[in-house]
Design a protein around this ligand. Structure first.
Ligand SMILES: *Cc1c(COP(=O)(O)O)cnc(C)c1O
Length: 428
């Protein structure tokens, strides 16, 4: 028995499913997850000392690659000064200022400890600030695991959705409307019917939790107009895309300005940091200034903030995002070429340091299209790549992540592995 399998059995006895977050389990691809012992740059090593080129990057945070020396140093220095105070620190101001400078729509920023907390708080704020209850979300977007967000579409367009988790009472989601991503008509209809009751529209401005799905031309602009017209707040959940797709996040690329933004992942550089922010007038509804309650014992934790600050500062180097996008495009174009040569149907897309691989003819534009891709082929590809030392997300419904540490050596090795795997797939 390998040490990985041994650890998985031991973990399964004490931790549900052997993992502390379900995406880490190999439920959809089958097999045993690798237990990681260490990581450096683009590489991770498992408990059997097998090295992998990593395209999960902690599900987004590791934009500099793993264990970047400057980030590690910042964490060590902060830790030596105390782990947590429950009182404000200067570093929190610096992180909030840095975020606001680079994402100017976030005039004021509140730090939290996870993406779930950020989105949950932003929605409470939107409801508190507008005095309305209903929220609009889109099928296939993930906004963390707060009750009112664990919903999938019901049968009719404007019927209320169904919980996607046991333990969520139907009453808790009766104010959540679930529409199709990129379907502006549906949003228009929803506003026509319930516009005066809609507090906010929350969206991943480029979706990364149903594989990678871009917004269609005019879709985000249309949401902006409708929200403005009806007095609802537009929330961009940039927990994944924030400082991942470009220096000003997705809102910098698309030119649409949301009222509120949520961040996490990259802004913690691998430590638990989240944030929500927006117009000062809206943010001032948050306690202690306003009546929307929100709090956290470890919010703005000094060690976590040190990691986030060091990470964001390094991403501000000139050309950082151009190089990252070029490396990501090199990977996806290389994969497309090799799939074509092997006779395997594969579409790919890349956005900054994010990428999508779809075993179907075209790049998908909705959850339904992603769902119609060939998951059996994905699973084959996933396990083939794993055996070749490449660690991809264990699901056809996840985006992949490239870091600044993925140099030509790492990407060429990945493409060579893919050639072997795709050629075998093409022959079967
Ligand atoms: C990861 C993610 C979340 C949840 O963040 P956690 O830190 O896991 O709670 C929310 N929204 C989006 C878009 C995400 O990608």
């Amino acid at each position: 028995m390998t040490r990985n399998t041994e650890l998985f059995e031991r973990a399964s006895n004490i931790i549900p499913g052997g993992v502390n977050s379900p995406v880490r389990a190999f439920r959809s691809v089958g097999g045993t997850p690798a237990f990681i012992e260490r990581a450096q740059g683009p590489y991770i090593w498992d408990a059997d000392n097998t090295r992998y080129i990593d395209y999960i990057g902690s599900w987004g945070p590791a934009i500099l690659g793993h264990a970047h020396p400057e980030v590690v140093k910042a964490v060590q220095e902060a830790a030596a000064n105390g782990l947590s105070f429950g009182a404000p620190t200067e570093a929190e101001i610096e992180l909030a200022e840095l975020i606001s400078q680079r994402v100017p729509s976030m005039e004021k920023v509140r730090l939290v400890s996870s993406g779930t907390e950020a989105t949950m708080s932003a929605i409470r704020l939107a409801r508190g600030a507008t005095g309305r209850d209903k929220i609009v979300k889109f099928e296939g977007c993930y906004h963390g695991h707060a009750d009112s967000l664990l919903v999938k579409a019901g049968s009719g367009m404007l019927t209320f959705g169904n919980p996607t988790s046991a333990g969520v009472p139907a009453e808790f989601i009766q104010h959540t409307m679930v529409l199709d991503y990129n379907d502006l008509n549906a949003v228009e209809q929803a506003f026509k019917q319930a516009g005066d009751d809609i507090a906010c529209v929350i969206i991943e401005p480029a979706a990364g939790n149903m594989n990678l799905v871009r917004p269609a031309e005019g879709f985000l602009e249309g949401l902006r107009e409708l929200c403005t017209q009806y007095g609802a707040l537009l929330i961009f959940d940039e927990v994944m895309t924030g400082f991942r797709v470009g220096p000003r996040s997705m809102q910098g690329l698309c030119g649409v300005t949301p009222d509120l933004t949520t961040l996490a992942k990259v802004i913690g550089g691998g430590m638990p940091v989240g944030a929500f922010g927006g117009q000062a007038g809206v943010m001032d509804h948050v306690a202690p200034l306003g009546s929307v309650y929100q709090a956290g014992t470890l919010s703005g934790n000094p060690v976590a903030v040190a990691a986030g600050l060091a990470t964001l500062r390094l991403t501000a180097q000139p050309g950082f995002y151009d190089d990252l996008a070029a490396a990501t495009a090199r990977l996806t174009l290389g994969l497309s070429e090799r799939a074509k040569a092997a006779g395997v149907t594969l579409a790919t897309d890349a956005l900054g340091g994010m990428f999508g691989l779809y075993f179907r003819e075209t790049v998908p534009t909705s959850f339904a299209e992603v769902a119609a891709s060939n998951t059996e082929q994905f699973n084959q590809f996933f396990h083939g790549m794993l055996a070749q030392g490449v660690h991809l997300a264990p699901s056809a419904f996840e985006a992949g992540f490239v870091s600044a540490a993925h140099d030509n050596t790492a990407i060429d090795a990945t493409l060579q592995a893919a050639e072997t795997v795709l050629t075998t797939m093409g022959q079967s």
